[in-house]
Design a protein around this ligand. Structure first.
Ligand SMILES: NC(=O)c1ccc[n+]([C@@H]2O[C@H](COP(=O)([O-])OP(=O)(O)OC[C@H]3O[C@@H](n4cnc5c(N)ncnc54)[C@H](O)[C@@H]3O)[C@@H](O)[C@H]2O)c1
Ligand SMILES: [Zn+2]
Length: 357
């Protein structure tokens, strides 16, 4: 897989990854390297990573508990203290070895500690490989509200070694597939067709599909790094998806949904709304719903819960003048931003999801 050189940093793939990393370290001579993991990537990925890393400086390791509920400011404070207590200076490098929680949180901590130290992303989930590690968005949740605190700042490099995916559960793999499907839906009919031609599995040609997803994400980000317009298309399925994710996070007694699971529901809802508002063909709405069923189970959402989810929409970061802006599709690969949707249609979309899935 060919390396991708973005305007700000390179993205290297499997065979190039450690060669490039070790050459970078040899060149920059960092004062220290701190590897950030969560408790799972500490177990499954850190031993592999350490066996490949070559450097003469001291290596520290810090682990956060795994899971979205730990992507918060308290975890950042603990990590900032750790960096300070261990005299991490501006010549140090933070390596984020983990899924989107680790790359989002680690990128944010590195961007703010001492007004910014360098960081490298080594994504270990499919979702982080195709989405979270690319594009420079970093940050944490504020309570149950997703990604409300953060900065846009780029890593030194992104290292995608798909061998890390071997220890990932199918559920997590499917969560990443949701973002890949999103990339096809918003950008490329051809890519969407490739993704939906066969069921995606770890042992199929996943590497090539990952590469293409990264390329699409990067092409969108490069045209609009600060999300003034075009980049908003990457939020397809996320307006309702984030609201659903926040709603489930707020139910402490119930299990939460994975990010990709919530976004997958959001995409089915957005497909229905796209038909109603922009005339997306019914055939594609049904196809999007049937692809959902391959990877995800139906989540029962009662009418009373829909009201709470709609309430969460007011915190969406794309809102302007109290108006919720949706990304919808005119066709596969042809999105429209800033679409306004009535509450009646929102209820109808949830009705479609409940009946059709
Ligand atoms: N910054 C962005 O542009 C962007 C884009 C998309 C999503 N995100 C964020 O990413 C997060 C979701 O990312 P995620 O799905 O990677 O979640 P995650 O980081 O929580 O990882 C999912 C689970 O897999 C485990 N894990 C990670 N790598 C593993 C491996 N190789 N083997 C076994 N277990 C492993 C983790 O410990 C965790 O339990 C959300 O917070 C979302 O908001 C950010
Ligand atoms: Zn997402």
């Amino acid at each position: 897989m060919k390396s991708i050189y973005t305007n700000a940093y390179p993205i290297f793939f499997t065979t190039e990854v450690y060669k490039q990393l070790n050459a970078y370290i040899l060149d920059k001579v960092p004062s220290k390297i701190l590897i950030l993991t969560d408790t799972n990537t500490e177990k499954y990925c850190l031993p592999i990573f350490l066996s490949k890393l070559e450097c003469n400086c001291s290596i520290l390791h810090y682990s956060i508990p795994h899971g979205e509920t730990n992507k918060n400011i308290q975890a950042c404070i603990k990590l900032w203290h750790y960096l300070s207590e261990n005299r991490i200076d501006r010549n140090a490098i933070l390596i984020n070895l983990g899924g989107g929680v680790v790359t989002d949180l680690g990128g944010f901590v590195a961007s703010t500690y001492l007004r910014g130290i360098r960081f490298i992303h080594v994504p270990t989930t499919l979702l982080a490989m195709v989405d979270a590690s690319v594009g420079g968005k970093t940050g944490v949740d504020l309570g149950v509200l997703k990604n409300q605190i953060g900065v846009i700042n780029t890593p030194e490099m992104v290292l995608i070694d798909t061998r890390y995916l071997k220890s990932l559960s199918n559920k997590e793999l499917h969560s990443g597939i949701a973002e890949m499907l999103k990339h096809g839906l918003i950008y490329s009919m051809e890519y969407w067709q490739k993704l939906t031609a066969n069921t995606i599995k770890l042992d199929t040609n996943l590497d090539a599909l990952i590469w293409e997803s990264v390329k699409i994400k990067n092409e969108v980000v490069e045209q609009d790094p600060n999300e003034k317009g075009l980049r908003k298309i990457l939020n397809f399925g996320h307006t309702l998806g984030h609201a659903i994710e926040s709603y489930f996070l707020s139910l402490n007694n119930k299990k939460t949904l994975l990010h990709g699971e919530a976004i997958a529901i959001g995409m089915v809802l957005a497909a229905f709304l796209s038909k109603e508002i922009l005339g997306l063909s019914d055939m594609y709405v049904k196809k999007i719903a049937s692809v959902y069923k391959i990877y995800f189970q139906k989540v029962t959402i009662h009418d009373k819960e829909v009201a709470s989810i709609i309430n969460f929409l007011q915190f969406d970061k794309k809102n302007r003048n109290n108006q919720v802006n949706f990304v919808l599709l005119k066709d596969i690969g042809n999105p429209e931003i800033n679409c306004v949707v009535s509450n009646t249609l929102l209820y109808a979309a949830f009705g479609f999801y409940q009946d059709y899935i």
